[in-house]
Every structure is written in structure tokens, then in C-alpha cells.
Design a protein around this ligand. Structure first.
Ligand code: PEP
Ligand code: MG
Length: 542
């Protein structure tokens, strides 16, 4: 038995087998081999395993997103049989007598560079695919777990760190808890854990190379500890705690169908934050009054190319139709900073959080933005959809957005495609937006305060930097004053204002927010019933 301590980002307790995930950016070691034939047999086995994984991904994508998006996994299977590619690997192994992993990584680099320098757009785009299949082959040669969890039981995910594009590919039904060596409590992995109501520990000093897949782990979010290979008495105690937690959850179900109203009659909307179409289930299960933040960028992550207008339209339509008359606020693409997708070719930046991200990409690469806007305006016909723009710093940006939206409307009108221009709001997540919120309120239909970024930019604390967790005070008066100012400015202009950052779910601030007359709190689905209970016990007038 081995016990480790870490920082808890979500409470709760879970027990299950470990699934160790190794980082995609692993350095492949070059080692000398004795026998080329044995090495090539290993390569053949890894190739077969890769093809089987790709076939499963193909079938899953066919079911979930359709033929067009699934086709890439067929292409990858074919690429794995490419004679030139395989010949290059084999030659390196035989002539240099080195390990297959290294030969694959070297060939992958050479071929992807060759494709990247081609004239033809289609061929150039294949560079990312070569990289992808080579990484898959290397992972299989090293015996690392695949992101496709279809063959494994529900597990505790143990990793060095997890990127949003990695978590988006995981099957949520198979995740019992997260344990990571690095990561910060404001990262999207932590947000995901809260959304799914599973315990998560970060900063756990385990050596992941020493942990075997399948080792039993207890993750105790309340105590901030992870116990690997626990003794029998500890296991029994954990089982009892899991039963108690389930009972508490069952009691909370009483809150379903009840109003979000204080003892003295102040009402507030309680909405859910989601990151994918399938998360709508969590929102409904927890009786959310609507979706206050659909992080649409997750549709763009964990893939090799942009999602098409049709694919996005289907996703948005499905969410609004499932939610019926309830409001669904879809935030336009907020890529950049920690949410990276290779095919955007954003390049390396010294200060990514202060860099080329979100609306800045949309306002400069307008074709990407227009594709999303077309999908949104078309989906708005099917339900109560609102659009929200992230990372705004000035009224001029909103005017520029409206210009692009008008062009999109014109295009749809000309082609006789049914659409509806829905309510449009912005996120207030920069101090600049707070300071000009009086002017912004005149232009938009609503505000939603993104306290995660607002705190990062106000306190000058990179939300990804785990070394700064101790300095990160989300209750800082500067933030609370800003929230009050934004709500007042919205109300003066007759608009509504909500909070969709993690702070909205903090029960210690519920009374404060209600006293400020915040109109909506959009939180992780798992927090809704807890907050409703809290609101119903609160009094806002003295
Ligand atoms: C925020 O910044 O508070 C927010 C809700 O957006 P995200 O966490 O996706 O950056
Ligand atoms: Mg944000």
C-alpha cells in the first residue's frame, strides 16, 4: 500500500483500477537491438493493434458524427499500410539496428516534414495525419494505454498532466477519478472533474512509470489523498464512504423540480456549463434551468481538421432540441492558450494566455468564424439558442462581430436557408470589459461573467501555473467589486447578467451574489442541486 497527498480540485471518493496515461509528447529513446526480425515482428503487432483501434474509432464516429468525420480513421488505416512509410521504418531498423519506436518516430518526422512542404493544400494537411499515425504506432510499441476506452472497465485515470484535447477524447462513462502529477486547480481538467462529479487530485507526487495498469486506487477528494494498492481495512472503509456519498446524492434528488428562490423570495436562474453534446444528459439529470455556457471549442479539439458547418449545425441543433424551451447559450470558439488544436497552426507564443485566442482568432480568420456563425444561426431555428462571444475587450469588437454576423445573415438569406438571429451576449472576462461594461451593455443582450479568466487577468496569475495556486484568491475583493460593477451596469441598461466561471458555484459566495442581484449562475451540472439547497436556505434582506 502506498499513500500520496495532492491538491483536491473536486471532493468525493472513488475506488477502482488505475489506467495510466502517458503524455503524447514523450521523447522516444534510441536503443540498439540485437535482432531485426524480432523488432519487425513487434512493429507488425503494433501496426495491427493500431488498425484495430482505428477501426473502433471509425465505427464510433460513424454512429456519433457521421460518415464525413469518420472517414479520417479509414484514411489512417490505409496510411498504416503505405509501402513507402513501412519501407522507411524497416530500412532504419535493419541498417542501423535500432529499436522500432525510434525508427517510427524518425520516419514520422521525415514524412510529415515532406508533406508540410508540399504545394497542394490537401497534401500539406496530411502532415498532421502522418504525425498522428506515427504517435499511435509508438504508443502501441511502448504498450501505453489508448484514449479509446471501449475495452476497459471504469478506471481511475493517472497521468502526468492532461490537456483539454486529451480529455475530450476520453469516454466519460469510464472515468471514476483523476490523479495527475501536474496541473492547476483552474485548468479545464479540473473543470471537467467538477462537471462529471468525480474526485480529482492534482500535484500528486507519483512516479507514473512505476504504476501498473489495473493497480487498485482509492481517490479521496475530501482528504486530498490517493492510496495505491490499499490494505483490506482501508478498502472496506472507502466502500462505506462511497455508500454514504451515494446516499447523500440520493437525498439531494429531493431538490429536483423545486424553485431557486431564497427564504425572502429572491429568484435566480441556475443553469449548467457543458462542453459537448453528450453533456446535456448531465444538465437534464441535475435539473438545470438551461445551458448557461456551452464551450463550443471542445467540438474543435482532439481531431485533425475543422468541424464542418453541417457537423456543427447538427451538434447545436441536437443540444437546443434536447433542451426544449430552455435557454441554451452557446459560446463561440474559445481556442488558444491551453486549448490547442494542431491544425489551427497557432504557433508557439511567449504568453499564450495573453495571446492569439478566442475572438481574436475569429476576428482575423473570419472564414472559421463565419462557418460557426452559419451553423449557430441555422440551429437557432430549432430552439431557445443564444450566442455568446468570449474574451471581449472593447465595444469596437462587438461592432465588428455584428458586421460579420450581418454578412452571414445576408449569405443565408440569399441562399434561402432558414435561420434566426438569436439573442447575442458577451463574456466579461477581461478587466477592460469590466471597465467599459456601461458602454458594452448598450450594445449586447446580456453579460456572462467568466471569473476564471477575469481572476487570471486581474490578479496577473496564469491559471495554468500550478506554482501560483497559493496566490490565487478567487474571493479577492477586486473580483467581487468587478462583478458588482458589471451587474449594475447591465441592469442600468435593462440587460441581464450572470456568472459562468467556477466562482458561480462557490456556496460561500451564493449569498453575496444574490445580494448583488446576479440574474443567473451557470455552474457544473453536479453543483446545481447543492446550490439550489443553499439558495433556498438563504435570506438576502436583513
Ligand atoms: C471563464 O473564463 O470563467 C470561463 C467560463 O471560460 P473558460 O473557463 O472556458 O475560459
Ligand atoms: Mg474564459
Amino acid at each position: 500500500m502506498k499513500e500520496y497527498h495532492g491538491k483536491s480540485v473536486y471532493k468525493g471518493i472513488a475506488m477502482g483500477p488505475a489506467l495510466v496515461l502517458h503524455s503524447k509528447d514523450q521523447q522516444v529513446k534510441r536503443t540498439r537491438i540485437e535482432d531485426a526480425e524480432t523488432e519487425l515482428a513487434r512493429l507488425e503487432q503494433a501496426k495491427q493493434a493500431s488498425k484495430e483501434q482505428l477501426q473502433r474509432l471509425y465505427e464510433k464516429a460513424m454512429k456519433e458524427v457521421g460518415e464525413t468525420s469518420a472517414a479520417i480513421f479509414e484514411v489512417h488505416q490505409m496510411m498504416l499500410e503505405d509501402e513507402d512509410y513501412l519501407e522507411s521504418i524497416e530500412n532504419i531498423v535493419r541498417t542501423e539496428m535500432i529499436n522500432a519506436e525510434y525508427a517510427v518516430a524518425l520516419t514520422g518526422d521525415n514524412f510529415s516534414q515532406m508533406f508540410a512542404s508540399m504545394e497542394d493544400d490537401y497534401m500539406r494537411a496530411r502532415a498532421a495525419d502522418i504525425k498522428d499515425i506515427s504517435e499511435r504506432l509508438v504508443r502501441n510499441l511502448l504498450g501505453y494505454a489508448d484514449m479509446d476506452f471501449s475495452q476497459i472497465p471504469p478506471s481511475v485515470i493517472v497521468a502526468d498532466d492532461l490537456t483539454p484535447s486529451e480529455t475530450v477524447q476520453m469516454d466519460k462513462k469510464k472515468m471514476l477519478a483523476f490523479v495527475t502529477v501536474h496541473g492547476s486547480s483552474n485548468s479545464h481538467t479540473s473543470i471537467l472533474a467538477r462537471m462529471m462529479n468525480i474526485p480529482a487530485l492534482i500535484g500528486v507526487p507519483v512516479s507514473i512509470d512505476e504504476i501498473e495498469n489495473g493497480t487498485e486506487v482509492i481517490v479521496d477528494g475530501a482528504e486530498g489523498k490517493a492510496i495505491f494498492d490499499p490494505d483490506e481495512d482501508i478498502r472496506e472503509k472507502a466502500k462505506e464512504q462511497i455508500r454514504e456519498a451515494e446516499e447523500k446524492q440520493r437525498l439531494l434528488q429531493d431538490m429536483k423540480g423545486k424553485e431557486n428562490v431564497t427564504l425572502d423570495g429572491r429568484k435566480v436562474n441556475l443553469y449548467a456549463n457543458i462542453g459537448s453534446v453528450s453533456d446535456v444528459g448531465y444538465a437534464l439529470e441535475n435539473d438545470a434551468g438551461g445551458i448557461g455556457l456551452f464551450r463550443s471549442e471542445f467540438l474543435y479539439l482532439g481531431r485533425n481538421d475543422f468541424p464542418s458547418e453541417e457537423e456543427q449545425f447538427q451538434a447545436y441543433k441536437q443540444v437546443v432540441q434536447t433542451m426544449g424551451e430552455k435557454k441554451v447559450i452557446i459560446r463561440t470558439l474559445d481556442i488558444g492558450a491551453d486549448k490547442q488544436a494542431d491544425y489551427f497552426n497557432l504557433g508557439k507564443e511567449d504568453n499564450p494566455a495573453l495571446g492569439y485566442r478566442a475572438i481574436r482568432i475569429c476576428l482575423t480568420q473570419t472564414e472559421i468564424f463565419k462557418t460557426q456563425l452559419r451553423a449557430l444561426l441555422r440551429a437557432a431555428v430549432y430552439g431557445n439558442l443564444s450566442i455568446m462571444y468570449p474574451m471581449i475587450i472593447a465595444p469596437e469588437e462587438v461592432k465588428q462581430i455584428y458586421g460579420i454576423v450581418s454578412e452571414v445573415e445576408e449569405e443565408l438569406k440569399c441562399k434561402d436557408i432558414p435561420y434566426r438571429l438569436p439573442e447575442q451576449g458577451i463574456m466579461i472576462e477581461t478587466p477592460a470589459a469590466v471597465m467599459v461594461s456601461d458602454e458594452l451593455a448598450e450594445l449586447v443582450d446580456f453579460f456572462s461573467i467568466g471569473t476564471n479568466d477575469l481572476t487570471q487577468y486581474t490578479l496577473a496569475i496564469d491559471r495554468q501555473n500550478e506554482k501560483l495556486d497559493a496566490f490565487y484568491n478567487p474571493h479577492h475583493r477586486a473580483i467581487l467589486r468587478m462583478i458588482e460593477m458589471v451587474v449594475n451596469n447591465a441592469h442600468k441598461a435593462g440587460k441581464w447578467a450572470g456568472i459562468c466561471g467556477e466562482l458561480g458555484a462557490d456556496p460561500e459566495l451564493t449569498e453575496t451574489f444574490l445580494k448583488m442581484s446576479v440574474d443567473e449562475l451557470s455552474v457544473a451540472p453536479s453543483m446545481i442541486l447543492n446550490l439550489r439547497e443553499k439558495i433556498r436556505e438563504t435570506r438576502v434582506t436583513n
